[in-house]
Design a protein around this ligand. Structure first.
Ligand SMILES: Cc1ncc(COP(=O)(O)O)c(C=O)c1O
Length: 425
């Protein structure tokens, strides 16, 4: 190997992986085992006491998952990562390290509907209080800061509206408030946006979407940027205070710039238990190898289709940040010049009924609740993913009654346009 820093496509294929030292297997093997044999009693004790790194039990770590973790950390520019069972599990594990009952976190209102539900209901029952803010009004984040704030949570490109968030402006608010900025980078993927380069301290993904990319495996990941000082003002005792279950070690003192990833693994994942299956890790790793190729095609198709839809007489509006003249086009040019992603919404002149009808008439587009598949997907959020929200929440999160969400796949764009044409007709 030369001293060259490998490029993104090289990392997408090689980061974290080596030929298997025992068998020579070139693809990463699926270590389908629950547990790992210790060398001797001292080795076992040192693993349990966090004195040595190694495998104990697949709920806490697994060699296939470790390759995935190293690969995504490399692609995002983080120090370490932790793979978990789903995107939602990543959110609960990350926040469990940061929040105690009675603490608050600020979240963008423009979020995946499932995250709005998780934050409003499940997290509330843990005593974690969400305070909503508006990414179109950065001052609303500043106004939401209180002495109880422990994190700010945004999506880089927001689901379902495909709007691009001004990460640097919100990172500045987080710095001033002395709390970490958490960015859900699911819709952009690190190919389009690397939030750590713009000030994020923690990056999350639903691996289920573009990273896995083939609509076959659920997974999530937490990436530690290694940028935040957890010991500064006593707000994060899990990271700064001695841990009784680990002989009184202090996680930040011991693990430095990957202490947050360690805490997520050895406390939150260990105790809450949403481990990723090594089989899913293998599937997602295989998907990541082609991420740059797929993502570029997703974006190019999405732009062509958004342009075509914006001239269609049945369409009242197309919300795609990649379109010249879109409200978010300047942010898209700044944060994701290679493309504004492949998930966007259209509003139909015929309102709610037209939305329901369109999804039932499309043939090549699959009507289902997912995004980021090779296949093109469609859903009417108001009657499905966002149906649990009230009307005001639906509209604020970009899922009003006339809105249809498209996730553009990597088929031939002419075939996708023909399908939309017949369905709109
Ligand atoms: C932006 C975003 N974040 C998180 C999630 C949750 O991920 P998962 O379904 O893998 O739990 C989703 C799911 O659609 C999503 O779109």
């Amino acid at each position: 190997m030369t001293d060259r820093q490998p490029g993104f496509s090289t990392l997408a294929i090689h980061a974290g992986a080596q030929p298997d030292p025992t068998t020579g297997a070139r693809a990463t093997p699926i270590y389908q085992t629950t547990s790992f044999v210790f060398n001797d009693a001292d080795h076992a004790a040192s693993l349990f006491g966090l004195q040595a790194f190694g495998n104990i039990y697949t709920r806490i770590g697994n060699p296939t998952n470790a390759v995935l973790e190293e690969r995504v950390a490399a692609l995002e520019g983080g120090t370490a990562a932790l793979a978990v069972a789903s995107g939602h599990a990543a959110q609960v594990v990350a926040l469990q390290v940061l929040l105690k009952p009675g603490d608050e976190f600020i979240a963008a209102r423009k979020l995946y509907g499932g995250s709005i539900n998780q934050f409003s209901h499940a997290f509330k029952s843990f005593g974690w209080n969400v305070v909503w803010a508006d990414t179109d009004d950065i001052a609303s984040f500043e106004r939401a800061v209180t002495p109880h704030t422990r994190a700010i949570f945004i999506e880089s490109i927001a689901n379902p509206g495909g709007t691009v968030t001004d990460i640097e402006a919100i990172a500045a608010v987080a710095r001033k408030a002395g709390v970490p900025l958490i960015v859900d980078n699911t819709l952009a993927s690190p190919y389009l946006i690397r939030p750590i380069d713009h000030g994020a301290d923690i990056v999350l993904h639903s691996l289920t979407k573009f990273l896995g990319g083939h609509g076959n495996s659920i997974g999530g990941i937490i990436v530690d940027a290694g940028t935040f000082d957890w010991s500064k003002d006593g707000k994060y005792p899990i990271l700064s205070e001695p841990r009784p279950e680990y002989h009184g070690i202090k996680l930040q003192e011991t693990f430095g710039n990957f202490a947050f990833a360690i805490a997520c693994r050895v406390l939150a994942l260990r105790d809450l238990g949403p481990a990723l299956s090594p089989f899913n890790a293998f599937m997602i790793l295989t998907g990541i190898e082609t991420l740059p190729l797929r993502m570029q095609k997703h974006c190019d198709n999405a732009k062509a289709i958004a342009e075509w839809l914006s001239t269609h007489p049945a369409v009242a509006g197309v919300n795609y940040a990649g379109l010249a003249g879109d409200k978010y086009n300047n942010l898209a040019r700044k944060y994701c010049p290679k493309g504004a992603g492949a998930v966007f919404t259209i509003s139909l002149k015929g309102g709610y009924d037209a939305g329901v009808k369109l999804v039932s008439k499309l043939q090549l587009f699959s009507h289902l609740a997912n995004v980021g598949d090779t296949r093109s997907l469609v859903i009417h959020p108001a009657s499905t993913t966002h149906s649990q929200l009230d009307d005001a929440q639906k509209t604020k999160s970009g899922a009003g009654p006339d809105v249809v969400r498209l996730s553009i796949g990597i088929e031939d764009k002419e075939d996708l346009i023909a399908d939309l044409e017949q369905a709109l007709a």
